[in-house]
Design a protein. Sequence first.
Lengths: 302, 324
Amino acid sequence: MSQVLHTPPPTQAPAEDDLAALAARHGLSVSGARPSLPEYVRQLWDRRHFITAFATAKLTAQYSQAKLGQVWQVMTPLLNAAVYYFIFGVLIGTKHNVPDYVPFLVTGVFIWTFTQSSIMAGTRAISGHLGLVRALHFPRAALPISFALQQLQQLLFSMAALVVILLCFGVPVAASWLLAIPALVLQFTFNAGVSMIVARMGAKTPDLAQLMPFLLRTWMYASGVMFSISRTLEGRPEWIARLLQVNPAAVYIDLMRFALIDSFRAGSLPPHVWAAATGWAVAAGVGGFIYFWKAEETYGRG
Amino acid sequence: MAEHTEARIPTVVADRVDIVYRVNGTGAGRGTATAALNRILRRKQAEKAAGVRRVHAVKNVSFVAYKGEAIGLIGTNGSGKSTLLKAVAGLLPVESGHIHTGGQPSLLGVNAALMSDLTGERNVYLGGLAMGMSREQVKERYQDIVDFSGINEKGDFITLPMRTYSSGMAARLRFSIAAAKDHDVLLIDEALATGDRSFQKRSEQRIRELREQAGTVFLVSHNNKSIRDTCERVLWLERGELRMDGPTEEVMKEYEAFTGDKKPAAKKPAAKKAAAGKPAAKKPAPQADAAKPGAPLPQADAPEPDAPLPQAPQPEAPKAPLPS
């Protein structure tokens, strides 16, 4: 009459693989097991609409309580650039070294902010959204990718403001502006990859979120966001400048400056810059994805 | 029961499942820098010494759920019901043992994916996509979801941000979004108590439909009535251990006696008093009538050979003395 456990003699423990055998006989799969890599990619592709919708929703929700609303999408990066201009341009006087200093600075700040916010959001992508991870089923890589996408959308707002600034400061419209598109694609891939790496690390060690701002600030000062690396390091051994220039943040910043600002010529770029940009993007993108996938089944453990 | 005669297809097999939570920064080494350093440097070996608390939330639970069953999960607060449900859904890793499932079990709940700053309309889309529906599917069901929630009965509320909703309205919308998808194995965590009476009726109806499509439904609830209305089988968890597994009435009777909720079996007033008298006892407190051979047995008695309703094997059942 009663449905006890449906294992033969009820008073003794079921044989070691009794339940497992029952499950196997009916073709049940182990719950919460990590899918194979191709399967994982397929699942992620199935959720592409969720990824974009989640990114857009986050972006919209961000300023929905503010009176000025979405105007802050453009205001925030502009105010940031203004602060850096005041400190580095006016007080420290970096601007005398650099032609078209304002476009140079603003491009640097916007492009750097894209990488910086993607990585910061990535650090908390899993650890800050445990509720979501524990409630719903989806490939977890959707979260860091979605946050990187949110930052990309944010950057596109900033780029609109940037175009206005460029025109105001007399930078001519040029065909080279189209180079911004491949540069952004590469940078996005790089950011998403790094986001996934730090997302896995942050899921295991949430303390990383406390440490990250310091690492990022160091990285920012090493990447020539508000000064020209080659001019500032003139007189020092050349390899130092080269080293700073091939770091991914500097590569993407310089590429964007090269694309947008006419006075920033190819001579200011390190050699093989496109190869470096692609290399960083592929290495971080593929490596980060595999690294993240390797721990897929552990995300959500409290 | 009816299911015995049909070909019974298992949909969820839990095979001696243990679930352990680890909590940082509590216990012995709390807050001290050396303890924290210790924790980082010697992650595995020194877990305990460094103040990582292990919470053994589910202990050695085994059961098999079949197609067409609606199974209630009951137990006092903190007994591991929701944890077990999440593990069945594959959202929490198990410490040892295995959970095998046919199809993808889904938790009925999208709360975490919704954003209170967005309008109800956008949340319907977001929630639907988060559950794995395609854009077209959400579009197709959008009107049904809104109608079912009854959000628009009192005006055009669906285009307002969700933070402006009353808690009842928000809960109704969440349930409506979550229930819009068909599931293989459906896991429901206390969702039926939301909304007014007419909405509760609609949700119960929807649960029945989902169950017909889904095959298996698990329901966690503290509302004994909704368990009785919806489920024909009940698992009773207490302190992470499976204490009873059987037809709803039998288990509920014991459970109510244990919690001192209603009068138990009318002829056992003593049992009620005994159980109600020490709800906060530190040791596992088997209810007084457990000693009676006729009663379904709680875990402590599992080894008794003539037990009519023996439990899943409980090798580490605490040797609690039975109240005499």
